[in-house]
Design a protein around this ligand. Sequence first.
Ligand SMILES: Nc1ncnc2c1ncn2[C@@H]1O[C@H](COP(=O)(O)OP(=O)(O)O)[C@@H](O)[C@H]1O
Ligand SMILES: [Mg+2]
Length: 300
Amino acid sequence: MSLSFTPLKLGILVSYLRQEEKLILAAARARGIDVVPLFDRDLVLNLSASTARESGVDIDVLLDRSVVHSRAGYTLHAMARWGIPTLNSAAAVTICDDKARASMVLEAAGIPSPRTFVAYSANAAIEACEALGYPAVLKPVTGSWGRLLAKVNGPEQARAIIAQKAEHGSFHHEIFYVQEFIEKPGRDIRAYVIGREIVAASYRMSEHWITNAAKGAVSVPCEVTLEIEELALRACDAVGARLAGVDLIETDQGLKVIEINTGGEFKGLMTTTNRDIAGEIVEEAVRIAREAKDVAEIAV
Ligand SMILES: Nc1ncnc2c1ncn2[C@@H]1O[C@H](COP(=O)(O)OP(=O)(O)O)[C@@H](O)[C@H]1O
Ligand SMILES: [Mg+2]
């Protein structure tokens, strides 16, 4: 049964409108889709409501582009309860927004990723650095844009950075995420997956070892090899993501997955490909909404 003429209302959960969100809104409008940005700070989720509409949210499908991980997780969870399809599930976002959880899932699925330790105290974190060897990388378990990452070259630096983190005392600094440092060729790879397809990939080049676009890395085209495609899709499968920017790193033993960003930015990648990433995200949203509507109609 085709429902291609049923009007759809696409909601986009945002914290603010970055270039990517503006492009997605424009792409939806260009396709005649009724699209509404839902600012996370304004949302009131009535947990007792039995439908999204009863809670004041009148949409057929939700795309999460919030930069506040906790808000995204709760909102997607509420949508799942109300039967509103979302491009990524609450479960996938909860895994990907926590580097420790994501590493565990990737390891369990046998997906190559850097050796990683999790420790809960300063002494245990130093032990983890010693076990991994130097340099080692310390990361907050939640975070992005390359913020608060530290490369420690030896025990003295490790003790100084870990002592600082311990002093801060917040959740993010009480969980020590310690990873082997990978000597990479001045770049990493951002591969973008929409649905079951890899849309494009780019190298992010930088003199600095942290190659986030937000830190000034330059994006250049990267051919999507079979290895990139297979690994990015396997990584998305493992965490249950349907839409993600996957960070890959080149090593002597082939590619490894650094992280999977369910709300991945694509402004750098966009400059390296002819693919219309914003448009393809919108089309995926429409596909998901129609699938859900078809299922609902068949069930009636
Ligand atoms: N273990 C590592 N070895 C070498 N470089 C790394 C390692 N982990 C991260 N990086 C570099 O730092 C960047 C940011 O790391 P990532 O884990 O993706 O954090 P964020 O969530 O802040 O983007 C990566 O894109 C990569 O360039
Ligand atoms: Mg990253």
